[in-house]
Design a protein around this ligand. Structure first.
Ligand code: FDA
Length: 299
């Protein structure tokens, strides 16, 4: 880990909120649903699709979880009202996954039902390894009743090959990413090349099994490897998509769109942007380094 990133990340919580906002601005659509809608409209005009995420993670009680569920439903309604080309991403800990499995499943089912009525799609984000099993269980339980649900697999986890093989059996719709949480070596690859190689191995497994794959990365190595695989397997646009975070590597993003690949942008918004940013910076100090770099280079 870069010492500069680490030092910078440790000082973040003492910065005024106003200052953090400057750093976070590029990566977060804004405080309100209307900010998210505006950002997605701009992306749609540029030939990109989106997935919207209401910011926040673990919640303390069931009332907060209900509120999160209502917010997700409002997002689905806004997507429909403004005819946005976007779906929804949700974090299950915001729906009470750490409080009560059945309660979380019932809230998530309400969201899924609403999405189905609106002909939309919901992807379950993957959080840290303490909830991998329960997150996959909710996905598998939901998949029995809904086609319009997708899951995320993290290439840094050693278990992911097993999970991918199991989930391709049920024709899961995948987002594959490296994984953003700090995990112990016993369960996660740590070396950059190991993670990259596992990423490419998993994309191949998913695509060869004819499951849909959202390739979520800004890494040239993984993107180049994916491009080669896409042409080797003779895939067309309906079989896969690239995904990137709002505000990250926009030149590369635009290039992939011009090349004709489908590009989905992850658009986070919400009042809890501050807590979200601080947590993300603390979880992964390298991110803080990247944010800082982007402030200076504006890339
Ligand atoms: P890497 O970190 O090596 O980045 C490659 C290059 O991209 C860097 O050198 C830098 O130039 C640039 N870059 C990357 N991130 C940047 C940033 N934040 N700011 C500025 N520049 C940046 N994780 C997870 O655990 N669960 C999840 O559900 C998701 N969901 C998700 C959705 C989408 C659409 C994306 C793109 C990513 C996620 N992630 C995630 C995060 C993912 O696991 C990973 O942490 C980041 O994408 C960074 O990994 P890269 O593959 O981009 O490589």
């Amino acid at each position: 880990m870069n010492l500069f990133s680490k030092a910078f990340a440790s000082t973040i919580p003492i910065f005024p909120k106003r200052f953090i906002r400057i750093f976070a601005n590029k990566y977060i659509a804004g405080d309100k649903l209307s900010d998210g809608v505006k950002t997605v409209q701009e992306l749609n005009k540029k030939n990109m699709i989106a997935t919207m995420d209401v910011l926040g993670e673990s919640i303390k009680d069931k009332k907060e979880a209900e509120q999160s569920k209502n917010e997700s439903i409002e997002v689905l309604d806004a997507i429909s009202k403004y005819k946005l080309n976007s779906n929804l991403s949700v974090k299950l800990t915001m729906l009470g996954l750490n409080l009560d499995y059945d309660f979380c499943l019932s809230l998530f089912t309400e969201i899924m039902q609403h999405a189905k009525e609106l002909n939309n799609f919901v992807r379950i984000d993957m959080e840290d390894s303490s909830v991998t099993d329960s997150t996959l269980r909710i996905f598998e339980d939901s998949k029995k009743n809904f086609d319009n649900v997708g899951i995320v697999i993290q290439a840094y986890l050693r278990r992911s090959e097993y999970d991918v093989l199991k989930l391709t059996e049920m024709k899961a719709n995948f987002r594959l990413c490296k994984g953003i949480y700090i995990e112990p070596e016993a369960i996660a690859f740590k070396k950059r090349n190991e993670i990259r190689n596992n990423f490419l191995k998993l994309i191949r497994l998913i695509l060869e099994k004819k499951s849909y794959c959202g390739i979520a990365t800004h890494d040239d190595f993984v993107i180049d490897g994916s491009r080669k695989l896409i042409s080797e397997l003779g895939l067309n646009k309906e079989d896969y998509e690239f995904q990137m975070l709002l505000g990250v590597r926009e030149n590369l993003r635009d290039k992939l769109v011009i090349e004709g690949h489908k590009m989905k942008i992850y658009v986070p918004f919400g009042e809890r942007w501050y807590e979200y940013s601080i947590r993300r910076f603390k979880e992964n100090p390298n991110l803080a380094g990247q944010v800082l770099k982007s402030i200076f280079t504006r890339n």
